[in-house]
Ligand binder design. Structure first.
Ligand code: FAD
Length: 369
């Protein structure tokens, strides 16, 4: 473990014990995690996530996933993850349901040990911000918004906040009473909950405020104008339609912050390609060695990222977002140099670590992979 300006950060994985498991809705359960070694937690900023590694019976390799830290950073002593049980896709019910989320729900209990990477990610509420903020979420995309909302409330900040959340119905609605309680005590916090298909027990005015999907008509109705900072997290269609609608309304794209929980997309249009190499000499080639896999391959500019090169040569590292956000693909450089394909990438903690989905070599390179 090393001490940085932000506090203690650990390399690789650290063992955490599930101290508490709390059902938040019919589909979302929270896990409160404390370090097994009893040491301090690394601080995090509201909106950041951690990587978790699970040894799941029947899986040939450890399963790694990212989960947002859903509590306020000032809630000392634990990290909280709030995880939605992922079913098989509705149009392909014969497929296996989500591996990690179902394992967490069904087999991870109080006392279970899991392994976590240190917090990271650049989808964060800017603490220095004083202006109005709109937290827009769909389904389990509420987890970063809950952390951000709690942080604003804990700081006693007077900035205006709109927490606008779309979810199917009361059975799937997590943190409803928590959010209402925060808003009841603070005039600067405004809440609007929209159910797409309310259940028979759901009561308008108590459980939800309106019916349908969160859309621009609703935002125009609720918000004073297109000037706040916007934070978006939800399913891709939700994000795409709101991003488009917000920019059409006159919101500057720099005011819109967003995070994908699944494969990343370009909200301005097509699916995001793996970053292209734009600044390499076409004749530039390097030898990249994947040390633990016993593979050496030639990198050329057409290959693009180190992750592409690994996969093209039968080395299959973990990844989720392929956009330099989730940090699942992080590897350690044993020798050589690299650069990121996109200036917006936030480098991971730890000297010599690289996000291989978004980096390319600038010399011959040896990775501990
Ligand atoms: C930065 C970040 C933060 C996140 N935060 C949260 C959070 O706070 N809470 C949360 O719940 N999640 C969060 N996620 C999502 C989380 O990381 C997992 O992706 C999610 O839990 C699903 O993982 P799983 O292992 O359960 O499902 P997977 O096993 O990855 O399966 C995903 C889906 O694919 C389907 N599937 C299975 N086989 C196939 C096949 N052959 N073809 C097509 N589909 C198939 C499954 O049925 C399932 O519907 C976050 C993700 C990121 C990147």
């Amino acid at each position: 473990m090393s001490e940085t300006a932000q506090g203690p950060i650990w390399e690789g994985y650290r063992r955490f014990i599930v101290a508490r498991k709390v059902r938040e809705s019919g589909t979302v359960t929270s896990f409160y995690l404390t370090p097994e070694d009893g040491g301090p937690l690394a601080p995090f900023r509201p909106g950041q996530h951690i990587g978790i590694k699970l040894d799941i019976p029947g899986q040939f390799v450890p399963v790694m996933r990212s989960y947002t830290l859903s509590d306020s950073p000032s809630q000392a002593g634990h990290y909280r993850l709030s995880i939605k049980r992922e079913p098989a896709p509705a149009d392909e019910p014969e497929l296996e349901p989500g591996v990690s989320s179902n394992f967490m729900h069904d087999h991870v209990a109080e006392g279970t040990v899991v392994e976590l990477r240190a917090p990271g990610g650049d989808f964060v509420l800017r603490p220095e911000g004083k202006g109005p903020v709109v937290l827009l979420s769909g389904g389990v995309g509420c987890t970063p918004m809950i952390s951000m909302l709690s942080a604003i409330a804990d700081a006693g900040a007077a900035r205006e906040v709109w927490f606008i959340h779309g979810v199917k119905n009361g059975a799937e609605h997590a943190f409803g009473s928590f959010v209402r309680a925060l808003a009841a005590e603070r005039p600067n916090i405004h809440v609007h909950i929209r159910y797409s298909r309310p259940g028979p027990a759901d009561e308008a005015g108590r459980d939800f405020d309106s019916t349908g999907h969160v859309d621009m008509d609703l935002l125009r109705q609720l918000l004073p104008g297109p000037t706040p900072q916007f934070y978006l997290c939800g399913a891709t269609p939700f994000m795409k339609s709101l991003y488009q609608g917000l920019t059409d309304w006159g919101v500057d794209p720099f005011q819109i912050n967003y995070e994908f929980f699944g494969a990343a997309s370009d909200l301005t249009g097509e699916e995001a390609p793996v970053p292209a190499v734009v600044d390499a000499d076409p004749d530039e080639t390097y030898q990249v060695t994947f040390e633990r896999s016993g593979v050496t391959a030639t990198w050329t500019p057409e290959i693009g990222s180190l992750l592409n090169l690994a996969e093209a040569n039968g080395v299959m590292p973990d990844y989720i977002c392929r956009k330099g956000m989730c940090q699942t693909c992080m590897q350690h450089v044993m020798h050589g140099s690299f650069k990121y394909l996109n200036d917006a990438i936030v480098p991971p903690a730890g000297e010599g670590n690289v996000l291989i989905c978004s980096a390319r070599p600038t010399s011959d390179l040896v990775l501990n992979l």
